[in-house]
Design a protein around this ligand. Structure first.
Ligand SMILES: *[C@@H]1O[C@H](CO)[C@@H](O)[C@H](O)[C@H]1NC(C)=O
Ligand SMILES: *[C@@H]1O[C@H](CO)[C@@H](O)[C@H](O)[C@H]1NC(C)=O
Length: 485
């Protein structure tokens, strides 16, 4: 009971530990220590060999030749081994194994060096997304995850002639690439049925050439909404849908209504076949926007999960009911104390555009931003500026450094950049990773070559806006301003 004596400052703690020890002891007695436990190679001496003068193998009555998984003695809250096999890994030998069985002094307890400081075995530190542990052999043993921010990737991109620059983002620092793909995207690839959605026929009037540059935010000042930050919530399905619908309603109502629609309303309430912060489908989001409608961000503010997480979902705080002629009304007040305007906004059915670059351009120019699916590769996270193209900088690395996932974004315009090696055409698009990412929350990406699938599945939509709406909202609008001033 030596370990308990060390801890016995309060009776309560001691009792608690006694209970735990008893539980552990009975588990050990019930069955012989299994091979799996041993193969897991639980490092007993993490934190150094404890109780180095205790007698274990000696009290057991000796040592066992070769490998003998039954040759054990209780040690602290687990077991230690007295068979010769234990010294293969150092980790699970009893403290007196070395002296009693081998007649040698125990190997020195691992001491690892880091920047001139000494750490005992079991000490840990984080290096970007990997945990490093001081091993009993005196070496740091680090996890080998691919990180979302990899210094060598940033440097390779910036050294190469890729047409865009990479940068470090402190909010991505320390995350693994897997976590980035799991928490920062969140759009399911469109199902086969959705993919087969008919593309609209567009009347391309060739006599009217499209401009070389178009930016919805400049063309419709005050009607195009700024990029938001989805945080570590895989809900780009809700963010891209709400963003496109918001812009379309503002454009269509000629600025009488400029709602920033609430992604949280979709995340929490559009739950049929949707995963909230664990990903969702844009066809489901459009269905909800058409049939149920959502309120504004001001009314139903975004509350991202505090910790990166999947399935758990906030309760739906907003519902709507029909008030005739296809219109709906909220049945709950805004779930916050400062906003009273719980108007419901709806859309018409979405329509799919062709994959033709010119038709996508014409649609944006005529009707406003569109939604697009984007296949996000590992190098996209570090995009800082320029015209993005997926690079080959990680091709020489292990496969777990090269991964991708499906995302959705809002395309708001296009342009071209003329340089000595030709003209490079691009789309201008808004992401949902905050305004500190990319070019003020936007990015440019190669146009006309279906880069990362961006032209493969493009969606347009109409807001449901009537003359009556425009009249009513005009008043709201004025009141709002009146109050604020
Ligand atoms: C393990 O024990 C053998 C003797 O039985 C010895 O030769 C060998 O060096 C020991 N290994 C370690 C890692 O101490
Ligand atoms: C990136 O940013 C993080 C946090 O701001 C910092 O600790 C890290 O050293 C930076 N990495 C590089 C490669 O600049």
């Amino acid at each position: 009971m030596r370990p308990l004596a060390l801890l016995g400052s309060t009776i309560f703690v001691a009792l608690l530990l006694l209970l735990l020890a008893a539980k552990d002891g009975s588990a050990a007695r019930r069955g012989a220590p299994s091979r799996t436990r041993r193969d897991l190679n639980n490092p007993l001496h993490r934190g150094g060999i404890r109780d180095p003068y205790g007698s274990y193998c000696a009290r057991r009555g000796g040592c066992c030749p070769g490998r003998d998984d039954q040759c054990t003695v209780p040690y602290l809250d687990t077991i230690c081994y007295c068979d010769l096999f234990c010294n293969r890994t150092v980790a699970d030998c009893c403290p007196d194994f070395w002296g009693h069985c081998l007649g040698v002094s125990p190997p020195h307890i691992g001491v690892c060096d880091r920047n001139g400081n000494r750490f005992h075995s079991g000490a840990t530190y984080r290096e970007n997304c990997n945990l490093c542990t001081c091993g009993s052999d005196g070496r740091w043993d680090c996890e080998q995850n691919a990180c979302l921010i990899e210094d060598d990737m940033i440097q390779a991109i910036n050294r190469g002639n890729y047409g865009w620059r990479a940068g470090n983002y402190s909010k991505f620092w320390g995350m693994t690439l897997d976590e980035g793909l799991r928490y920062r995207l969140g759009t399911q690839p469109p199902s086969r049925i959705v993919k087969n959605m008919n593309e609209i026929q567009m009347n391309m009037d060739d006599s009217k050439p499209l401009p070389h540059y178009f930016n919805a935010a400049e063309n419709w000042p005050g009607k195009i909404h700024e990029p938001l930050d989805q945080g570590n919530c895989a809900a780009s399905w809700a963010f891209s849908t709400a963003a496109v619908a918001s812009d379309r309603i503002a454009i269509q109502s000629m600025g009488h209504m400029t709602p920033q629609l609430s992604p949280q309303n979709l995340i929490s309430c559009d739950t049929r076949n949707q995963g909230g912060c664990a990903g969702g489908r844009i066809d489901g989001a459009w269905w909800y926007l058409r049939r149920r409608g959502v309120v504004t961000e001001d009314c139903y503010p975004y509350s991202p999960p505090q910790q990166a997480q999947g399935g758990e979902r906030a309760h739906c705080m907003m519902h709507s009911r029909s008030v005739g002629r296809g219109k709906r009304q909220a049945t709950a007040p805004c779930p916050n104390s400062h906003s009273y305007n719980n108007d419901i906004y709806q859309s018409t059915p979405p329509y799919r555009l062709s994959t033709n670059e010119k038709e996508i351009m014409k649609e944006i120019m005529d009707n406003g931003p569109v939604q697009a699916i984007l296949e996000v590769h590992e190098d996209f996270f570090v995009y800082r500026s320029g015209i993005y193209r997926h690079t080959d900088v990680n091709y020489h690395k292990l496969p777990h450094y090269r991964k991708h996932g499906t995302h959705s974004v809002r395309i708001t315009g296009w342009g071209e950049e003329v340089s000595h090696d030709g003209t490079r055409k691009y789309w201008l698009a808004s992401n949902s990773w905050g305004k500190d990412w990319g070019e003020d929350g936007y990015f440019r990406i190669a146009r006309g070559e279906n880069e990362c699938q961006i032209e493969a599945f493009v969606i347009g939509v109409w807001g449901r806006v009537t003359m009556e709406d425009m009249h009513n909202h005009h008043h709201h609008h004025n009141h709002h301003h009146g109050r604020r001033k």
